[in-house]
Write a protein that binds this ligand. Sequence first.
Ligand SMILES: Cc1cc2nc3c(=O)[nH]c(=O)nc-3n(C[C@H](O)[C@H](O)[C@H](O)COP(=O)(O)OP(=O)(O)OC[C@H]3O[C@@H](n4cnc5c(N)ncnc54)[C@H](O)[C@@H]3O)c2cc1C
Length: 406
Amino acid sequence: MAAAVTIALALEGQLRLDDQPALHQAVALARRHPGGRLLVLACRPEAQRLRGPHQRRLEAQALAALHARLAAAGIPLLAFPQHTTAAALAELHPVVRPEAVLHASESRLFDTLPVAAERFPRVFSQFRRGLERDPEPPLPPPDLAGLGGAWSELPGAWLAPPVAAGAGGDPRSAFPFSGDEPTALARLQHYLCGSDGLRTYKASRNGLVGTECSAKFSPFLGVGSLSVRRIWQELLRYQALHGADEGSVCMQQELLWREFFLWSEQHHGVAFHAPGGIQQRPPEWDADRERFVRWTRAESGHPLIDAQLNELLTTGYLSNRGRQWVASHFVNELRLPWTWGARFFEWALIDAHPALNTGNWAYLAGVGSDPRSFGGAPRRFDLERQVRLYDPQQSHRQRWSRTPWP
Ligand SMILES: Cc1cc2nc3c(=O)[nH]c(=O)nc-3n(C[C@H](O)[C@H](O)[C@H](O)COP(=O)(O)OP(=O)(O)OC[C@H]3O[C@@H](n4cnc5c(N)ncnc54)[C@H](O)[C@@H]3O)c2cc1C
């Protein structure tokens, strides 16, 4: 009897079934052969990334849920978290040799650069105005029936379900969710339809505490259990029902910021992550290691910043406003190298993404895409004023301060 044709799908940090064009291709290929079967590999993305404990916890949850869903269709999911796809395939080679390997690419709104490369702008407003087309629509999960197999050649240990901790964590966490795809889709529905979240988003998004002030999509996007195109399409559906209110338009704008940084990284290459950033400015900082080490222990010397850092270390999540305060203080008050802060965030954040993290840090360090910083100083946040504006009761500090609060 002829051996079954095996088609492999490499997920590379994209841990979902929804909106996976490569999965559709893999299914179509497997169906061309009688008895064709699908094998799914979960590998690390090609570009080296720092994945800290919070993001790894989420990844394990997403992986366990995906494993169970694929197992129900008889399709094995083999996890090679430390391997690139090439290394995983080499390990697999003595046992299975797939006829074709498809790669799931990162979830973006656009398949290719959405503005002309020769006019790629340095600032977001021009990027948004220059967009040449609408985002692509998402694809629903394909029918996987009949694509399983006996898989007797695979060692049992490879087929064992991955172990994942429950959502759990610190009860104060602003992200108390599990990282899996069903939870991601439920959160999307909740924020857009099951609550006032989206309607009030423009006013609430600068909040510092709790699950509802912002959408909390980023940790799911970070491990690929949610598709950004799915979010966009749900926003369009919401707008068809309720009109393009300020909350939904503001959310679209934030998703375009994400897009801007992803394509900027691709466009600028190494300069994007370099100390001088896309502006290629000579760094002005004080490379004081001791000060930096104290900062990594949430001992920055400023109580508002220490509370933010304590939240980051404990849960991996930090509000956007909190991240801005911390980065501004790091650059302007501590005068430490922004690249050190960015690297630390990449390890600590539950939603860490190199392009989004560097893009934001470089912006605040005055070497990135902040138009105010071109030829001038970085933006500086006045913390006393900020706290009056965004947390007048100091509820964040009360929640996260390590020292007793009156
Ligand atoms: C110093 C610093 C570092 C950051 N590092 C990361 C990172 O590693 N990974 C990451 O996903 N985001 C990063 N951000 C952006 C932003 O803080 C988070 O995306 C946001 O706080 C996530 O929470 P949310 O999903 O509730 O956001 P919402 O306010 O609900 O926004 C919805 C979505 O829009 C996108 N978005 C919102 N703000 C930004 C932004 N400033 N830049 C890019 N996309 C944005 C995200 O995908 C987010 O999930 C960083 C911001 C700063 C200031």
